[in-house]
Design a protein around this ligand. Structure first.
Ligand code: KG4
Ligand code: ZN
Length: 360
């Protein structure tokens, strides 16, 4: 096994086509030599969500170009990589299949090992790529498609402590933005609008806070926001800008409270010395600050990787591939694309699935 590993990573499980080259030397921080992401947001903009067929076709068209761009930017030729890592699930099956087929073709053509990576493991191992974090640690994954607490114990052992039983928080941000007349993506627009709002004006529910464990629920909160909006519309025929901001601030405060309280509980249960966040919702400054405070109170280290590595990317897949290769875990041409692939297969199946497809 060489002491320096250079991997090509490929990601196509949702609506981002991505390729990256990551190099790791034993005992030194890993280097991201390139990380190319082509987002498909515009392609799906008219449909109110990701359309699996459109996504799969776009991935199939773009993957070769992204791989070429990633290798060129990294200054690495295909024969120089040690292996090819690819997201083999969970995600939208057409996209995952496009990625797996592309990786198989490259691996067979160049005579390189093929490594199938779980997309969620990619997110979960990112704090080791960015901050060299040691196991064990807690990860809160909060995006448009995922919401779960994972205790990372090794590169192959993750325990799910809880997750959403319905919507993912990013999905709730997007739907609530639509309800109160703010543009997509909802998260950043709600955050901006909330800056002018009163988070205490509307008494919105904090679902499942009274229940033990780390499960969460966001769909009732969305419905409660809808009712508050309807009451305002019935009262004065529409929403004033201040109403919009107060609704945004009250909704954001409720999400923030749920995430913070459940994070405190997850830290207490797991005794993890560190907590890392990942996913688009981790960009929210109010939520980030609340989580950091909870971590500080619990005496745990708080890690928030740079945004480009919190959202979907292929550097995390290349890195997860490096972790697997170091353990001697490689796949062969029988590697299959899996729409569902829970990281912790001992945990009961999640009830909910995000708008971007069933995840785990
Ligand atoms: O991780 P991500 O880029 O994509 C996947 O879900 O795969 O997350 C996107 C989600 C969207 O729902 C978006 O509204 C939300 O993250 N988001 C935010 C913020 N920025 C993005 N939510 C709250 N506050 C933000 N600042
Ligand atoms: Zn993701």
């Amino acid at each position: 096994m060489p002491r320096t590993l250079t991997l090509l990573g490929i990601e196509s499980s949702c609506d981002d086509t991505a390729a990256a080259v990551v190099r790791a030397r034993d005992g030194q921080p890993a280097q991201i030599l390139s990380s190319e992401v082509f987002g498909q947001t515009d392609l799906h903009a008219n449909f109110g969500g990701v359309v699996p067929e459109i996504a799969a076709r776009a991935h199939a068209e773009k993957l070769d170009h992204m791989v070429e761009a990633a290798l060129t930017k990294a200054g690495v030729a295909l024969p120089e990589v040690d292996a090819i890592a690819v997201t083999a699930g969970p995600g939208l099956i057409g996209g995952v299949m496009s990625g797996v087929m592309c990786a198989k073709g490259l691996a067979a053509g160049a005579g390189k090992p093929l490594i199938g990576v779980n997309h969620l493991a990619g997110h979960a191992l990112t704090p080791r790529l960015t901050d060299g974090l040691d196991f064990p640690y807690l990860l809160l994954l909060v995006s448009g498609g995922h919401c779960q607490f994972l205790l990372a114990q090794s590169a192959t052992k993750f325990t799910r402590l809880g997750g959403t039983i319905d919507d993912a928080p990013g999905e709730a941000f997007d739907k609530v933005a639509k309800l109160i007349g703010l543009p997509q993506p909802g998260g950043p627009n709600i955050e901006t609008s909330a800056l002018q709002g009163d988070p205490k004006r509307f008494k919105l529910p904090r679902p499942l806070l009274d229940r033990d464990g780390c499960d969460m629920s966001f769909s009732g909160l969305k419905t409660a926001t809808l009712r508050a909006r309807d009451a305002l519309v019935a009262e004065h025929g529409g929403l004033y800008r201040q109403d919009q901001s107060d609704l945004a601030a009250s909704f954001q405060a409720a999400v923030c409270d749920v995430l913070a309280k459940k994070t405190r509980r997850a830290l207490q249960h797991s005794h993890a010395p560190a907590i890392a966040v990942a996913g688009g919702v981790a960009a929210n400054k109010t939520i980030r600050a609340a989580l950091e405070q909870v971590a500080n109170e619990a005496g745990a280290r708080f890690i928030a990787p740079p945004m480009a590595l919190c959202t979907d990317n292929a550097a995390m897949i290349a890195w997860a591939g490096i972790e697997r290769l170091r353990l001697g875990l490689v796949d062969d041409m029988s590697l299959a694309a899996r729409p569902r692939w829970p990281l912790d297969d001992t945990a009961p199946a999640m009830l909910g699935s995000g708008k971007k497809g069933a995840k785990a």
